[in-house]
Design a protein around this ligand. Structure first.
Ligand SMILES: NC(=O)c1ccc[n+]([C@@H]2O[C@H](COP(=O)([O-])OP(=O)(O)OC[C@H]3O[C@@H](n4cnc5c(N)ncnc54)[C@H](OP(=O)(O)O)[C@@H]3O)[C@@H](O)[C@H]2O)c1
Length: 383
């Protein structure tokens, strides 16, 4: 009990990290990491492999990671503009997504906020903070494949051509819940929705594949270092719903982000067999953010957690830096498959990079999404 309570006060997202950058603090439960029936490889995760057994070492290394300047990428060119570029951001009404929306709008981007709640407040705030009115909002509940499909229909009908897509929406539920189609909620939002959107956007030309040089579209997935310490995806029981409670939330969070990062690596392989890339596909962990991600944490934790997050975690504006870098830096438009942990380029988990895993994930999710994917066989080639 004490262990769980302590763990939840710190709400740390365990990651493997590397000897250089071992771990990031996040806002979720580390509780009973060793007690779950799911086997995790938190202490030896391949390329990045040093894990942490205690909260103190986890917090210490996370703080070192935040403040260390070692291996940092150079900052984005000062005053970088993206005038007229069409930028779609999921989960743009809160936290990181909102900060990214403001930044891209300030740089001259035409911002499409994709939010499950289309109350105008967030849009008005982004207009106010960015000084731009080229901001629109589209509604989609990314946990519901019908809603995702409807969003895709609308984008196709409007002939939208995306230059930058930031797939950011995310959540950490208190316990296991099912989506409209019966999938685990984080699996549905972090992976399945993105899998479907990318398939549709590529098939529908919403993400054009006929551009070159610095004009190629960019896709940026917001993953998490938590993917590095996840157990492997169980392809024999793919997408099986598991009931879990508070203490195992982090494991399923990490697993859902492993799905996402594996998908990012596979999408990059599928699209960019040869250089130069047709679409730049990147993924990242933004590091610990003082955001609303812990909104479901129990009421007795919140009064302690909120100040800790404000004190130790980065502001959404600061956390947005690597997202903006991947979306806007010239160098990132000429490469694909980059993974950043904050502003450091790293290797994603070897499980995510593994081509066999990528292919299996691609094929099994295609079966799962069969009724939602485009039926035109010619178009299916790029799926
Ligand atoms: N916070 C951290 O320390 C941290 C660390 C590493 C990675 N990340 C990742 O960063 C991303 C942004 O998180 P954040 O920290 O900015 O949290 P946040 O403030 O809670 O923002 C999450 C956003 O995702 C949206 N969202 C959740 N479920 C959705 C659904 N079913 N349909 C549509 N939108 C949905 C939320 O919409 P509502 O407001 O309507 O719920 C919100 O706009 C997530 O992918 C998260 O996993 C966060």
């Amino acid at each position: 009990m004490f262990r769980i309570a302590t763990a939840n006060i710190f709400m740390i997202w365990k990651t493997s990290g590397s000897p250089k950058t071992p771990l990031s603090i996040n806002t979720l439960s580390i509780a009973a990491a060793t007690e779950s029936p799911m086997k995790t490889n938190t202490t030896q995760t391949g390329a990045n492999g040093v894990g942490h057994k205690g909260i103190i070492s986890a917090v210490a290394t996370a703080l070192l990671d935040i403040f260390s300047e070692q291996n940092r990428l150079p900052p984005l060119e000062p005053g970088k503009r993206i005038d007229g570029k069409v930028c779609l951001i999921t989960g743009a009404n809160s936290g990181l997504g909102k900060a990214v929306a403001i930044d891209l709008a300030r740089r001259g981007g035409h911002v499409i906020m994709v939010c499950r709640n289309d109350t105008p407040t967030a849009r008005e705030e982004i207009i106010r903070d960015s000084g731009s009115t080229r901001i629109e909002m589209m509604r989609a509940d990314l946990s519901d494949l019908e809603s995702v499909s409807y969003l895709c229909d609308q984008l196709r009908a409007r002939n939208v051509k995306l230059d930058i897509a930031v797939l950011n929406a995310g959540l950490m539920p208190l316990n296991a819940r099912k989506s409209a189609q019966g999938h685990e909620l984080m699996f549905a939002v972090h992976f399945l929705a993105n899998r479907l959107m990318l398939a549709r956007w590529l098939a529908d030309g919403v993400i054009p594949q006929d551009r070159s040089g610095l004009n190629i579209p960019r896709v940026v997935f917001v993953s998490s270092e938590a993917h590095q310490s996840s157990a492997p995806i169980d392809f024999n029981h793919f997408a099986k719903f598991h009931d879990y409670g508070l203490k195992d939330g982090m494991k399923y969070y990490g697993l859902s982000k492993l799905h996402l990062s594996t998908f990012a690596c596979e999408l990059n392989r599928q699209l960019n067999e040869s250089a130069p890339p047709k679409v730049a596909v990147h993924h990242l962990c933004p590091g610990p953010i003082a955001s609303n991600i812990a909104r479901e944490s129990p009421p007795y934790i919140k009064p302690i957690l909120s100040p800790i997050m404000k004190l130790l975690f980065r502001s959404p504006e600061k956390a947005a830096e690597p997202v903006i870098y991947l979306a806007c830096a010239d160098a990132m438009g000429l490469r694909s498959g980059v993974y950043l942990h904050m502003m450091k380029e790293k290797h994603p988990s070897p499980l995510a990079v593994d081509a066999t895993n990528g292919k299996l994930l691609w094929e099994k999710s295609a079966v799962l999404l069969e009724s939602h994917l485009p039926s035109n066989p010619r178009k299916m080639e790029c799926l």
